[in-house]
Design a protein around this ligand. Structure first.
Ligand code: NAP
Length: 285
């Protein structure tokens, strides 16, 4: 092993960008950080900003092992591929073989609650990491506020936020806050073998989210709860394929069952300040 440096898988993504920014803001110099991902254009931009870069597909376990072995600390931002569990396991295996100092994993809130299928990969990854015997920190991230920024198009034209989430509450947080919490953990002591549940400070209702959309869109937006079947029909009408319709409808059912309701105050404690509110999060870059 290993120069004393941090490898960030998922660095080319939206959360990864904030993680890199937050590490630098907390005093890490870019040349001690390796940004890993597949997106070569994005990697070139990061190289121009002074970061080391590694073009790695998480499915290529030999490349994963090679790059992991050159680093002391690994940040594993969860992937998006259907086989992401195998990819995460290959990172953990490589980290174990190289005896790296610390692995940080971004998981999901309530990862250990088996009512929520959405978290099965996270929970299996957490168990593999703990079983590896490596020093770890797990950050169980809540739902991003920015996810609702992607849903502004409908409300912009109709004034209605339709969702099959009933009277669910969602303690969403901005990616920037979640990234800053990760950077705090990477750059300070006292987080060995800890698991943090990172919720926003407030349990937002969908009426709160509609109200924040009203502010952002400068028009009235109201929440209209719909049944899952009605949501599916509405989504099909937009031309979405069946797989995406099913995914989005089942996501609403999971939200309705409370997966993203608040879990403690780990996030604001790590940040040393209140978490970002809905309007600011909806307009964040
Ligand atoms: N909390 C939430 O609300 C929420 C919502 C959706 C997803 N997530 C999870 O949080 C993660 C980070 O969120 P995000 O918004 O930053 O997502 P994102 O912008 O899509 O970024 C995903 C990152 O994962 C990398 N990646 C995916 N598959 C890869 C592969 N096979 N090999 C190498 N790199 C791979 C991507 O790299 P390239 O682009 O370079 O391939 C990218 O850097 C997601 O990947 C997902 O697991 C959380």
């Amino acid at each position: 092993m290993a120069d004393a440096s941090t490898l960030v898988f998922g660095a080319t993504g939206a959360l990864g960008q904030h993680v890199l920014d937050a590490l630098v803001l907390r005093g890490r110099s870019p040349e001690t950080i390796t940004a890993a991902g597949r997106n070569r254009a994005r990697l070139e931009e990061l190289a121009s900003a002074g970061f080391r870069t590694a073009a790695v597909d998480l499915s290529d376990s030999a490349s994963v092992a090679e790059v992991v072995a050159r680093h002391s600390d690994i940040v594993l931002i969860s992937g998006r591929d259907p086989n992401r569990l195998a990819q995460h396991e290959s990172v953990i295996e490589a980290a174990k073989n190289a005896q790296v100092r610390h692995v940080y994993y971004t998981s999901g809130v309530r990862a250990d609650d088996d009512r929520f299928e959405i978290n099965a990969d996270h929970w299996a990854t957490e168990k593999a990491l703990i079983a590896s015997g490596l020093t770890y920190t797990i950050l169980r991230n809540t739902w991003y506020i920015e996810n609702y920024a992607q849903s502004l198009a409908g409300p912009r034209f109709t004034g209605v936020l339709a969702a099959a989430t009933g009277d669910a509450v969602v303690a969403a947080a901005s990616r920037k806050d979640l990234a800053e919490a990760l950077a705090v953990v990477v750059t300070t002591d006292g987080h060995d073998n800890a698991t943090y549940s990172l919720s926003g400070d407030a349990d937002f209702t969908y009426a709160d989210i509609a109200e924040a959309m009203s502010v952002v869109l400068e028009r009235e937006v109201v929440y209209r709860p719909v049944a899952s079947e009605e949501l599916r029909a509405m989504l099909r009408k937009t031309g979405m394929d069946d797989e995406l319709v099913s995914f989005l409808a089942s996501l609403d059912e999971t939200i309705a069952a409370g997966v993203f309701a608040r879990v403690g105050d780990d996030l604001s404690r790590l940040l040393g300040r209140p978490t970002t509110g809905l309007v600011e999060g909806l307009t964040a870059k």
